[in-house]
Design a protein around this ligand. Structure first.
Ligand code: SF4
Length: 197
């Protein structure tokens, strides 16, 4: 049996932080050892919790546009792994959804990534995912990290959250759409093409 399967089984049965989850545990992630691209975000929202489908909302539509990926490719586990920093909806607070539960990272992330050996590209969204995938960047501002994207490309691209609420950020940082996104789309296409050879 591929070693990821028992791990995914254990994650789907996890109730480690149940007492803090207003809608209860429902881990949502996609992981397959063949995946070449990682999408590492924050945590599911209520719509994703309800459907069990990651990025199944307006933010997901915009993210797929940014990556230049059709839904059938984005949701193909053999090509794209989707592993947020928290697997269950963490609830909301005064300024939006709460941060991903820290138990998730402690229990699961190192074990999952040890079993994803074929990742060639990490799409890292938001500061919690940045703190894990780029240790040392956790305290830098998200804008500074995204602006420094050439430091890590083409292996890793830091992104802001693709929420429609981030429209002002996009307006204030026109280099993101003009420079980062075309480079990212070209890298995504190249990584998937290399995988199909
Ligand atoms: S958020 Fe993570 S640690 Fe908490 S119950 Fe869900 S899978 Fe388990």
């Amino acid at each position: 049996m591929p070693p990821l399967l028992p791990l995914l089984h254990d994650i789907r049965a996890c109730r480690a932080c149940e007492e803090y989850l207003p809608l209860g545990p429902r881990p949502v992630l996609v992981a397959d050892a063949r995946a070449r691209i990682l999408v590492a975000g924050q945590a599911p929202g209520t719509r994703v919790h309800a459907t069990g489908i990651p990025w199944n909302d307006a933010s997901g539509r915009r993210l797929r546009e940014w990556l230049g990926l059709a839904p059938e490719v984005f949701y193909d586990p053999a090509r794209v792994a989707i592993v947020p920093m928290g697997f269950c909806y963490p609830g909301s607070g005064p300024s939006g959804d709460r941060p991903p539960r820290p138990e998730c990272r402690r229990l699961w992330h190192d074990r999952i990534f040890a079993l994803l050996p074929n990742l060639a590209l990490r799409i890292v969204i938001g500061r919690y995912a940045l703190a894990y995938h780029l240790p040392g960047r956790g305290r830098a501002s998200l804008t500074d990290s995204v602006a420094a994207w050439r430091t890590w490309a083409p292996a890793l691209y830091p992104l802001p959250h693709p929420s429609p609420r981030n429209q002002m950020w996009l307006k204030r940082n026109p280099w993101f759409a003009a420079e980062l996104l075309p480079d990212l789309r070209a890298t995504v296409a190249r990584v998937l093409e290399d995988a199909s050879l």
